[in-house]
Design a protein around this ligand. Structure first.
Ligand code: SF4
Ligand code: SF4
Length: 402
């Protein structure tokens, strides 16, 4: 978006304020500058050089989760997400802001570099140094280390080609993401098993890429574009029929940036489109599960696919329209606000009485796991496809459970 386009888009905001009540940061801070309308005014003033980029202005923009709840509520159709991305990009480029975050994202979004940091993290943890670091008065460092606790000691490498268990000639490419490829191993294994059993060969390229969302939403557009270009090249040469995504934030980014040359489908959507006769029987699961809907996906396919599990009591998590506070790197950059939103979600989860929390996004799952662990609760967090595979497996290994 050029500076002129940015101003044209921002001018479409008529300052009606209808977006204020849906904005999580306005709800927490009750300040106009932390509302969508207030931030649009700041973006306009910055673009017209009416104000300088002093720390307060930057803080109000940084506090935005980019959850885009305001976009859905806006009767004028203001593209708030694009405005914020363009404004953050202008700030990081012109003022060379956030060099540390830029470096951190570069490490996190590169599989080999991430492996190195995970190994180093776990070695350092054994020395007790990390426990010491966690008591230092640096909330962002503390949050980073706390979140890193969720990373596996030996991250599996699932890249490669998986032949179909039925010879059909069909092939899909699986998009596993950057952090997701290390953190969501059970999900990736479940997806591979389901797809190959249904007659699809699965390809996870060895040079798998990050979708670039973390970079784009922090203002590092150039890096984000590089990631998208690499995915375009990869999907052009893949020879697969579809690109299947697991995490909704990656899916949204790939759609919005037209980063795939293959038709895209989330794994829940893909499975729903198969004829019922192609799906095997699932064992009943008489348990209550709460479905969290990430900001990056409000569609109903996860609900529908979960409804295929007999006896599963599925409920909506209260206030599902409110961001959980993970919001990409927000969980690291704004730990206090992120925690407040996470605690609110946890209180709804406790009230629901659910034993399983289901979400389709890696960051949201990390947020819930962290909150659940801190509260000492025994609630499992999983992706719908992990649950589908679990019940498929149970039905297959113990037919009496069908
Ligand atoms: S962003 Fe939309 S809803 Fe919010 S104040 Fe502007 S016009 Fe109104
Ligand atoms: S994107 Fe979310 S946090 Fe940011 S202004 Fe809109 S509603 Fe508020």
């Amino acid at each position: 978006m050029t500076p002129e386009d940015l101003l044209v888009e921002a001018d479409r905001c008529v300052k009606c304020g209808l977006c204020l009540t849906v904005c999580p940061t306005y709800r927490l801070l009750a300040s106009e500058a932390d509302s969508p309308r207030g931030r649009i005014s700041l973006i306009q003033a910055l673009a017209k050089n009416e104000i300088d980029l002093h720390s307060h202005v930057e803080q109000h923009l940084d506090r935005c989760l980019n959850c885009r709840a305001c976009e859905s509520a806006c009767p004028s159709g203001v593209k708030y997400g694009s405005l914020l991305d363009a404004s953050r990009s202008a700030i990081t480029t012109e003022h060379r802001k956030k060099p540390l975050l830029k470096r951190l994202l570069r490490q996190l979004s590169h599989a080999q570099k991430l492996n190195f940091w995970i190994r180093l993290y776990h070695i350092t943890r054994r020395t007790g140094l990390l426990a010491l670091a966690k008591i230092l008065p640096f909330s962002r460092l503390r949050q980073l280390l706390t979140m890193a606790d969720q990373l596996p000691v030996n991250p599996a490498d699932r890249t490669g080609f998986y032949a179909s268990k039925i010879p059909t000639g069909k092939k899909v490419q699986l998009f596993t993401g950057c952090i997701g490829s290390k953190l969501d191993d059970n999900l990736i294994k479940s997806a591979i098993h389901i797809l190959t059993s249904l007659g699809y060969a699965v390809d996870i390229p060895s040079d798998s890429q990050c979708c670039g969302a973390l970079h784009r939403h922090n203002g590092f557009i150039e890096e984000a574009e590089q990631q998208c270009d690499a995915i375009r090249k990869q999907t052009t040469k893949s020879g697969a029929q579809k690109l299947i995504t697991l995490a909704t934030a990656c899916h949204l980014e790939l759609v919005e940036q037209q980063a795939s040359r293959l038709p895209l489908a989330s794994i829940s959507d893909f499975l729903l489109q198969l004829a019922d006769k192609e799906m095997p029987e699932l064992a009943p699961l008489p348990i209550k599960a709460a479905l969290h809907r990430p900001c990056s996906s409000r569609d109903n396919s996860d609900w529908q696919i979960l409804n295929k599990i007999p006896q599963l009591e599925l409920v909506e998590l209260a206030e599902n329209e409110l961001c959980c506070g993970a919001a990409g790197s927000y969980i690291l950059t704004q730990p206090e606000l992120s925690n407040q939103l996470g605690e609110l979600k946890l209180s709804h989860l406790k009230t629901s009485g659910a034993k399983i929390l289901i979400t389709t996004n890696t960051g949201c799952a990390m947020q819930f796991r962290q909150q659940i662990k801190q509260a000492g609760l025994a609630i499992e967090v999983c992706h719908p496809i992990e649950l589908i595979y679990q019940q498929w497996n149970r039905a297959a290994t113990n037919p009496a459970t069908r």
